[in-house]
Ligand binder design. Structure first.
Ligand SMILES: Cc1cc2nc3c(=O)[nH]c(=O)nc-3n(C[C@H](O)[C@H](O)[C@H](O)COP(=O)(O)O)c2cc1C
Length: 183
């Protein structure tokens, strides 16, 4: 396909996407095209209770110092815990645990009574979901700033571990997907 034809077809697809809905719908549609690993970001609140949410807005930022970032909705009940504790843990959910990703995407008050977890060594870190994660990354908050209706937390990686034989869960086009790489 010639480059101008490709541009035309992309333009007409974008125009079609905009027809039925608002800019928010278009934004959701566009971002759902990008497959993302599924994490559960956790922190302890002021009463040392575990908090956490399912989160795909995670990425690496810097190697030296080692930094990652997460974006947390202003309306999240986990947000005050991350702000108070000065850190968080990113649990990369394994392909065997979509039910944990579903549970952590709810507002249930007893999320952590239903799954195993343990404390990290770093006092600022959040609960480690050792039975349901392909990896965990424990961070101390390095910088926090507001961006629209979310907060961006940049965390310095202080401890962590990855299970080589555990495949990650992926979210693509509004569904949890198993990459099917095991075996
Ligand atoms: C696949 C998936 C990805 C999500 N990604 C994010 C995200 O990146 N940031 C965010 O703030 N919420 C995200 N959410 C929504 C939160 O998980 C959800 O609002 C949750 O109920 C918040 O829980 P909390 O209020 O206990 O913190 C996502 C939900 C799902 C199902």
């Amino acid at each position: 396909m010639a480059e101008d034809e490709l541009e035309m077809s992309v333009d007409s697809e974008l125009a079609a996407l905009q027809l039925p809905g608002t800019r928010t719908n278009l934004y959701r549609e566009l971002l759902s095209s990008f497959p993302a690993g599924v994490t559960v970001v956790t922190a302890f609140d002021a009463e040392q209770r575990p908090r956490g949410l399912t989160l795909i807005a995670f990425c690496g930022v810097s190697l030296e110092p080692p930094l990652v970032l997460v974006c947390v909705d202003r309306a999240s009940n986990t947000l005050p815990a991350i702000q108070h504790s000065g850190g968080f843990t990113v649990n990369v959910i394994g392909s065997h645990s979509p039910q944990v990703a579903r549970l952590m995407a709810t507002k249930a008050g007893d999320k952590f009574e239903r799954i195993p977890w343990r404390r990290p060594e770093l006092p600022e870190g959040g609960p480690i979901l050792h039975a349901d994660s392909a990896a965990h990354i424990v961070c101390k908050t390095w910088q926090a700033r507001e961006a629209g209706d979310h907060w961006i937390f940049i965390g310095e990686v202080m401890e962590g571990a990855a299970a080589e034989n555990q495949q990650p869960l992926v979210f693509h086009r509004r569904a949890f997907v198993d990459l099917g790489l095991s075996g």
